[in-house]
Design a protein around this ligand. Structure first.
Ligand SMILES: Nc1nc2c(ncn2[C@@H]2O[C@H](COP(=O)(O)OP(=O)(O)OP(=O)(O)O)[C@@H](O)[C@H]2O)c(=O)[nH]1
Ligand SMILES: [Mg+2]
Length: 333
């Protein structure tokens, strides 16, 4: 994975179409030279959890050690329920393997986390046969629109024909944001006016995917809180429109989860999954997070894979999720 290191100054953004005041202006970084970095492009040691775990596992583990480690995992947003399960399983593994040292205990914990991530299928993303409709959902500001641009860029660099669909009709700025990305990436954007029915845009998107023989259409939706039932009903309707127009679609319903969001991410995962059947998670802003453990809990709870990690604002700062790199990052700090 190659990307700009965070301690380097960003290149001055190129002029883009004048956004409306509240628009999140996409950074114009398509052609910026990149530098080698660690696995998934994460800066080694930024989680901070690793050094605390190493200290806790510095000597042969006692009851006290496991209790401390439990607290650390909760503090890293792994979530109470999953932490308890993890600690129990790691202790059982440690005993079964005849472990004695802190190193053995640490290894048992790492293996346990890794096994759970691998069990969800994390890291493997298959677009599937054309056309693939991908519906992006999540709470406000998690990075849905940016992630759509990043994934579209990735897919089209891979030779796939891709279109973007602006089913976030809530704000004119949201449509404009996707249009600007479409222009920068040279990809078609399916849109209607602000305030239009998002289901109608989704319908157009599926029709375009079929008539143009596209490999993929990536459908953007407005951010919403998982406990706002009216907004969730609207999202479920978008899903139904796609399903009716093209059975078996949307093939991917991607929950975009902000790594800095904390424990609430688990509630988000449950809420969106209940309403629209999440099939995979993209974890964003891992570059700015000291935690990220929430993704573990969310993926484990839903039984769905973490597909990619957002590791910066640049167009190529989207890495296929790598369980080993994630664990290394989580435990290296
Ligand atoms: N550092 C960092 N910033 C990110 C990442 N992904 C997205 N962002 C930033 O997060 C902000 C919000 O991104 P958007 O893509 O507009 O989020 P959204 O989910 O579409 O927002 P709404 O449509 O308002 O719900 C922007 O400033 C993005 O550049 C990431 O992986 N790392
Ligand atoms: Mg958006």
């Amino acid at each position: 994975m190659f990307r700009r290191r965070r301690d380097e100054p960003a290149a001055a953004p190129e002029p883009v179409a004048t956004p409306e005041p509240e628009a999140n202006q996409p950074p114009a970084t398509v052609a910026r030279p990149q530098r080698a970095a660690t696995g998934m492009g994460l800066r080694r040691g930024s989680s901070g959890l690793g050094s605390r775990l190493r200290a806790a596992f510095g000597s042969d583990p006692t009851e006290q050690t496991w209790a401390e480690v439990e607290e650390m995992l909760v503090a890293a947003d792994v979530g109470g329920g999953m932490t308890v399960e993890l600690i129990e399983a790691a202790r059982a593994r440690f005993r079964a393997d005849g472990g004695r040292s802190g190193d053995d205990a640490r290894r048992a914990l790492v293996t346990e986390i890794r096994d759970r991530l691998v069990a969800t299928g994390s890291g493997a993303f298959e677009l599937g046969p054309a056309p693939a409709v991908l519906l992006f959902v999540g709470v406000n500001g998690t990075g849905k629109t940016t992630t759509i641009a990043k994934l579209a860029h990735r897919l089209s660099a891979d030779g796939r024909s891709v279109a973007l669909a602006a089913a976030d009709t809530f704000r004119a700025a949201a449509i404009e944001q996707l249009r600007v990305w479409g222009e920068q990436l040279g990809l078609p954007v399916i849109a209607q006016r602000a305030g239009a029915d998002p289901g109608a845009v989704a319908f157009d998107a599926v029709a375009a995917a079929e008539s143009r023989g596209l490999d993929a259409v990536l459908v953007d939706t407005a951010g919403r809180l998982q406990n706002k039932q009216q907004l969730m009903d609207e999202l479920a309707k978008v899903r139904r429109v796609i399903e009716r127009r093209l059975p078996g679609q949307p093939r991917h319903v991607i929950l975009v989860l902000d790594a800095t969001t904390g424990q609430n991410g688990i509630l988000q995962a449950e809420g969106f999954s209940r309403e629209v059947g999440v099939t995979g998670i993209i974890l964003t802003k891992l570059d700015g997070s000291a935690k990220g453990g929430v993704a573990l809990a969310a993926a484990d709870r839903l039984g769905v894979p973490i597909l990619f990690a957002g590791v910066g604002e640049e167009i190529d700062a989207l890495a296929p999720f790598d369980p080993d790199a994630f664990i290394e990052w989580l435990f290296a700090g």
